[in-house]
Write a protein that binds this ligand. Structure first.
Ligand code: ZN
Length: 103
């Protein structure tokens, strides 16, 4: 017996949260159906009272274009280079604070 059945393919397979998450992503994507953009988010890090820093990566569900990853600190987006610069500035402050001779 010979069967010539052809499977139908859809072109819509690229849509939806079937993408691979970065290893730092903690988002529960299945709970955010209907979002226009698909966003990977990392574990929030508290840097000050009421201020957190977390990794974000937006993915356009239609084009697959990625925006990021960047670091969201408060409500500002930092590039990885800007985040390193900020961290170095914080360390420089700590060094200055530590180098002050006690009285
Ligand atoms: Zn993700």
């Amino acid at each position: 017996m010979h069967q010539g059945v052809e499977m139908e393919h859809t072109d819509d397979d690229r849509r939806g949260p079937g993408r691979i998450c970065p290893d730092w992503c903690v988002a529960r994507h299945g709970e955010q159906l209907g979002e226009e953009d698909w966003v990977h988010v990392g574990e929030p890090l508290t840097v000050a009272e009421g201020v957190t820093a977390q990794l974000c990566l937006s993915v356009d569900p239609d084009s697959g274009a990625e925006d990021g990853p960047y670091v969201l600190i408060g409500s500002s987006e930092y590039t990885s280079a800007a985040t390193v610069a900020l961290g170095q500035s914080l360390i420089a402050l700590a060094i200055r604070a530590g180098s002050r001779p006690p009285r």
